[in-house]
Write a protein that binds this ligand. Sequence first.
Ligand SMILES: Nc1ncnc2c1ncn2[C@@H]1O[C@H](COP(=O)(O)OP(=O)(O)OP(=O)(O)O)[C@@H](O)[C@H]1O
Length: 504
Amino acid sequence: MMGDMTQLGSVMAGIMFVWAIFRQLFPEEFRRDFRKYTNKVISYIYPYVEITFHEYQVDGWFERSKAFVSIERYLSTNSSTTAKRLKASVVKDTESVVLSMDDYEEVTDEFQGIKIWWTSSKNFPKQQALFSYRGEEEKRYYRLTCKKEHRDIITKVYLKHVLDEGKAIAVRTRQRKLYTNNKSENWYGYKRTTWSHIVFEHPSTFDTLAMNPKKKKDILNDLMTFSKSKDYYKKVGKSWKRGYLLYGPPGTGKSSMIAAMSNLLEYDIYDLELTSVKDNTDLRKLLIDTSSKSIIVIEDIDCSLDLTGQRKEKKEESEEEDKDPVVKKAKGGKDKDDKGSKVTLSGLLNFIDGLWSACGSERLIVFTTNYVEKLDPALVRRGRMDKHIELSYCCYETFKVLAGNYLDLESHELFATISRLLEETNMTPADVAENLMPKSDEENAESCLNNLIKSLELAKEEARLKAVEDAKIKAEEEAGKKNDENGENVQDSDAKLGDGQGKC
Ligand SMILES: Nc1ncnc2c1ncn2[C@@H]1O[C@H](COP(=O)(O)OP(=O)(O)OP(=O)(O)O)[C@@H](O)[C@H]1O
C-alpha cells in the first residue's frame, strides 16, 4: 500500500513537471489557437450536436432565463424517475417541492423516435471577487446533445415542445394569486400604487355556480374558446383579451362567477381598486405590472368613479379641476391635490383597449355593477365589454342547483311550492343559499326547504306591503303636483333593485 502511494506520487510529480515545461515552451496564445483548431477538427468528426442553455442570460444579472426555467420544469417530470441524483428545491410561488436533476447528472429523452441526452452542469468563476455579483457566481447550464442528422427536428420542433411543455407544467403546478393595488411610498418619499398579493383559494366553480344552465353553458363555451384562440386573435389583428360585464343585484353571484372563471382557466386575479389609483399614469403602470393569464377585475365600477354617462354636465362642473371632461374625484370627494383619484373615463378606456393594453396577453377584463343603466355607454359598448352577463334573482333552475349543492337533493315534493313562490317574489341566490344551509344538527333537508318557504312567503308579504306604501307615496306626490301651480320639481326616487329585472 505504501509502495503504491509512492508510485502514484512520483507519477503525479512527473505529469506536473511535463505540464510546467509545456506551459513554458508554448505560450498562452499558442495554446488557445491549438485548442481552437483541435475543436474544429473534432467538430468535423464528432457525430453529435450540442446546445447549451445557461441559467442566467448575459444581459440579465438576476433574472433566470425563461428557457432554462422551462427546461428545468420539463426535465423535472422526466428526470425524477430516471436520474439517480436529484436536487429538491422549494419554488417560491408554489411553496411546493420541485425535483430536478442534480449537477453533472445525465438523462435521456425520446422524441419522435429520436434519442436526446440532457446533462446539467456548471461553470465556476475564474476568481472569487470581493463583492460577488451574478456574473461571478457559479453558472449553471443544461446541455442538450443529439445526433447531427437530427439537428433540424431538434431545433425546430423538439425545443419548442420542451419549452411549451415546461411552461404548461409551471402553470399547472403554480398557486394562483389574488392581487390588489395599494398606495406605497419608497424610501425617498415617491408615492405610487403597486400590487400586493395573497394565494388565491376560492371554492367557487361553474359546477357550484347556480344559474340558468343554458346561460352557464354559453359562458363556459365562450371562456374555453377564448383560452384556445391565441392564433385566431393574432390572425384577426386583435390583442388576446376579452371584456366581461357582470351586472345584477347584490348577492346574485358576480364575485362567485369571477372566482369560477379563475378556477376554470387557472388565471390570477387582479382586483383593481380604482379609488386608490392616483391618475391615468398610475393606472397605466399598474396595467403594465400585470401578468398574462389573468383576470383584471373592477368591482362596482359605477361606484369607483363617476362614469355615469353624464360627461357633458360633469365637464362644466369640473373644468376648473382638470382639463379632461370626465375627471372626477373618487367617491367621497377628497382633496384634488393629493388623495382623490384623478383617473378619467378616457384613461379607463385606454386601460381597456389602448395601445398599452396590448402588453401581456390572454387576459380577461371584468367589470361588475349593480346598476348597469348608470354606466357610460362608451365604457360598456361591445368590443370593450364583449360579453354582457346578467346575474339575476333566483329562479327555479337556479334554486335546483343550490338545492343540489347544499342539500344533495334533486327533487322533493316541496319543490313545486318553492317554484311557485320564486315566480311571485324576488330573492337573491345568496339569500336562498343562506336559507338552505342547515343551522343545527337537528335540521334536515326537508326542514331547510321549509325554512326557505317561510322566508319566501315573508319576502312576498314584505314586497306587497312595500308596493302598497309606494303606491300611497306616489298618489300623494301626484296630488301635491296638481295642487302646486308652480310645478315644484319632485325628483324620482332611485329605481329599486330588481324592479323590472328578469330572472334567469
Ligand atoms: N349564483 C350563485 N350561485 C351560487 N352561489 C351564489 C350565487 N349567488 C350568490 N351566491 C352565494 O352568495 C354569496 C354572495 O355572492 P356574491 O358575493 O358572489 O354576490 P355578488 O353578486 O358579487 O354580490 P355583490 O354585488 O354584493 O358583491 C356567495 O358566497 C355564494 O355563497
